[in-house]
Design a protein. Structure first.
Length: 304
């Protein structure tokens, strides 16, 4: 009886491969369409929230670097709908601004420059930045962020410029920056860090510009900067750094600019360092020492 239930295997022919290939292409196109539709929906929801958020100031640059006209003060500019968006600056000045305003910002895959300076959020807004791993420059100047929020930046491995000036950051927060090994410019001025926290910067070997101005640095922590051989500019203005502490910087052969205004460094030590740095500057004449944004100049600012 078993012979009546035997199934002969079908012989595989080139037609089968063509059929399977067509099915695979169809599934790939279907997946791509669903993904694009989802990203578009998330992006549109983000733009809708932004449209009804008061006092959001925007600056923009996109390829080509041509300003896009805005017809009405209550309309969002058309450039926000382009996926090739490269740079955007938002400023939310009211404490009541919902942190959800930034939800969906990661739907812009080409975004490399983000500036949230002076923004005030009612909650934890940086959580929506955690997937912006393609960012090259992030400015959080005076945004009242705290240590825990820096954890959302730890996967931004492409980040080259990070500005954290005037925030509620302590030594504990700096541990989240250890993995940002592509950083070339780091601004920590007017934060609450001390000598202890500088150990977390010791692995940032590509760092060229560092500002520690107006912090609780006394100089002991400068020993952790000895391995930053690419450092060219260091600001220690308005700190308690002394002559002895500067000895930790002797091995930084690329250092050409050292700001020491408002410190405990003596006039004689000032003079010694000025002469040494001038000689280095002549030796490296023509080399760019300031880490600059990749965009050459800002475009007009738009306010809503």
């Amino acid at each position: 009886m078993g012979k009546y239930f035997q199934i002969k295997p079908e012989r595989i022919t080139p037609l089968h491969y063509v059929r399977w290939g067509c099915i695979l292409i169809f599934l790939l196109l279907l997946f791509h369409g669903i993904k694009s539709s989802f990203q578009r929906k998330v992006r549109d929801e983000f733009l809708l929230r932004l449209k009804y958020t008061t006092h959001a100031e925007l600056t923009f640059q996109r390829k080509p670097l041509i300003p896009v006209s805005v017809k009405g003060s209550n309309e969002l500019p058309d450039w926000l709908h382009y996926q090739e968006l490269k740079e955007v600056r938002f400023k939310f000045i009211y404490n009541s601004t919902s942190s959800d305003t930034l939800r969906g910002i990661d739907a812009f895959p080409s975004l490399t420059h983000l500036d949230l300076s002076f923004s005030r959020f009612s909650g934890d807004a940086l959580v929506y930045l955690s997937d912006l791993t393609q960012l090259d420059q992030l400015t959080l100047y005076d945004t009242n962020i705290e240590d825990a929020e820096l954890a959302y930046l730890k996967n931004m491995r492409n980040l080259r410029i990070l500005n954290l000036h005037d925030n509620l950051i302590t030594d504990k927060g700096l541990v989240h920056l250890k993995r940002l090994t592509n950083l070339e410019r780091l601004i920590l001025s007017e934060t609450e860090i001390s000598d202890t926290g500088l150990i977390h910067l010791s692995e940032l070997k590509n760092l060229r510009n560092l500002s520690l101005a107006k912090t609780a640095i006394t100089g002991k922590g400068l020993v952790h900067l000895k391995g930053l051989k690419n450092l060219t500019i260091l600001s220690l203005n308005d700190t308690s750094v002394t002559d002895a502490a500067l000895s930790h910087l002797n091995g930084l052969s690329q250092l050409q600019v050292l700001y020491l205004d408002g410190t405990n460094v003596t006039e004689n030590e000032h003079y010694i360092w000025r002469i040494a740095l001038e000689l280095r500057a002549k030796k490296n004449e023509g080399k760019e020492i300031l880490v600059k944004p990749r965009f050459s100049s800002p475009l007009p600012e738009l306010s809503y």
